[in-house]
Design a protein around this ligand. Structure first.
Ligand code: ADP
Ligand code: MG
Length: 387
């Protein structure tokens, strides 16, 4: 729910507008300091997101408190994540212009950054749930991720620049959060943060009673933590993407780090698969929803095809590299598919028992079959059991 920033908060943001009043994008606020509207708009879990609006202009502030916002001060979290996010926005904006909101400034003292307001865009997950998807947007997004991965890739930038990138984007507490909430807790049946509800109980033995599934998830954790190839977004689910027709913006880059490129791709593909299963399990207006589910299959194929056209970097022999990328993508997609059902952070797309059971089946098959997956077509055949 949007609410006004007042009192102490209002003063903080007005002071920031004054402090950066010479910055081009802040100048329009100079004649309106008393009338600026400041509204909390964020529905995110970790940070405060505030829109500052004057009659002619608006910008977005994002402030990182020293704890996890939705849990409270007893759950500390390094506020320097705001700076990492700002730096990542700068790199993405430079290497793939238009792929993210334009970054304006980061204020160290206030742990707050300021960026372009994308209020004409909408949440991609909500659009997909509502049955809207433009293949133009799918392609643009895939190309831009490919461009960022390619242009920050170890084989592309040279050793010196790569070391600098590694220093700029270290493994932070946020990378540990991902490690815990995607790769560790969901695969530990006794972890108290999991949601092992009754309706999916018949699907659980395939995960928890099969050491090969648990080993595969653990193997993917090792790749997530140790394989440093390029700058990755680090949290590229469909709620971290905003769309407007064929236009897209990636947001929420605070999880950015130097990691394996397959991680972004795997998470994104898993989220298209959530949408696939969400629509497949709606009995009313069956034709329309099945058609949309088919479009999600197209979206997965187009994503990988467009991505590979941009991401031409490789370590070692190219074809082998790409085949391995697909294997890792399958493994990461498998982890994301499973953790969104059993783990602490569900997705709205999976609104029915059927869709959740299907997602668990797909995730399990991908983890078990990943070593034989060397193309997106095969990934989809195995995940969705297409014949
Ligand atoms: P958190 O890190 O707390 O999850 P997000 O970066 O995901 O925060 O932002 C939360 C919400 O705020 C987004 O879902 C979006 O609705 C809104 N938002 C974030 N950045 C922008 C922006 N640049 N322009 C418009 N809305 C934004
Ligand atoms: Mg976030």
């Amino acid at each position: 729910m949007a609410c006004k920033a007042d009192g102490k908060d209002r003063k903080i943001f007005i002071d920031l507008l004054k402090k950066y009043s010479q910055t081009d994008q802040i100048k329009p606020f100079n004649s309106y300091t008393d009338e600026v509207e400041l509204t909390f708009i964020g529905d995110g879990n970790l940070n405060d997101v505030i829109r500052a609006k004057c009659p002619s202009h608006s910008v977005i502030f994002k402030r990182a408190p020293p704890y996890i916002k939705c849990l409270g001060p007893e759950y500390p979290l390094d506020p320097s994540r705001g700076q990492i996010e700002y730096q990542a926005l700068c790199v993405f904006s430079d290497l793939a212009p238009g792929s993210v909101p334009r970054p304006y400034f980061y204020d160290e003292e206030a742990k707050t950054m300021c960026m372009e307001d994308e209020s004409s865009y909408q949440d991609y997950r909500k659009q997909l749930i509502g049955g809207t998807c433009s293949l133009g947007a799918v392609e643009k997004l895939a190309r831009e991720i490919g461009q960022v991965h390619n242009r920050t890739h170890v084989s592309h930038v040279g050793e010196h620049s790569f070391q600098q990138l590694k220093q700029k984007f270290p493994n932070t507490e946020l990378v540990s959060l991902t490690e815990q909430f995607i790769f560790t807790k969901p695969f530990d049946k006794s972890d108290s943060t999991n949601r092992l509800s009754e309706d999916i109980s018949c699907s659980l033995p395939q995960i928890y009673d099969n050491p090969r599934v648990l080993e595969a998830a653990n193997f993917m954790k090792g790749i997530f933590l140790n394989k440093k190839e390029c700058l990755v977004h680090g949290d590229l689910h469909t709620g971290s993407i905003m769309v407007n027709g064929d236009e897209t913006k990636m947001i929420d880059l605070e999880f950015a780090y130097m990691g394996p490129p397959a991680f972004d791709l795997g998470v994104l593909l898993a989220n298209y698969i959530f949408s696939y299963y969400g629509h497949m399990s709606i009995p009313e207006d069956n034709d329309r929803h099945r058609k949309f589910a088919q479009l999600m299959i197209e979206a997965c194929k187009l994503t990988v095809r467009s991505y590979l056209e941009e991401m031409t970097s490789s370590v070692g022999e190219k074809q082998q590299y790409q085949e391995n990328l697909m294997t890792e993508m399958a493994g990461f997609a498998g982890c994301e598919l499973i953790r969104r059902v059993v783990g602490a952070a569900p997705v709205e797309d999976l609104h029915s028992t059927y869709s959740r059971q299907d997602a668990l089946g797909a995730g399990t098959r991908l983890l078990l079959g990943k070593d034989n997956i060397s193309s997106v077509d095969k990934l989809l055949v195995i995940a969705l059991m297409l014949v």
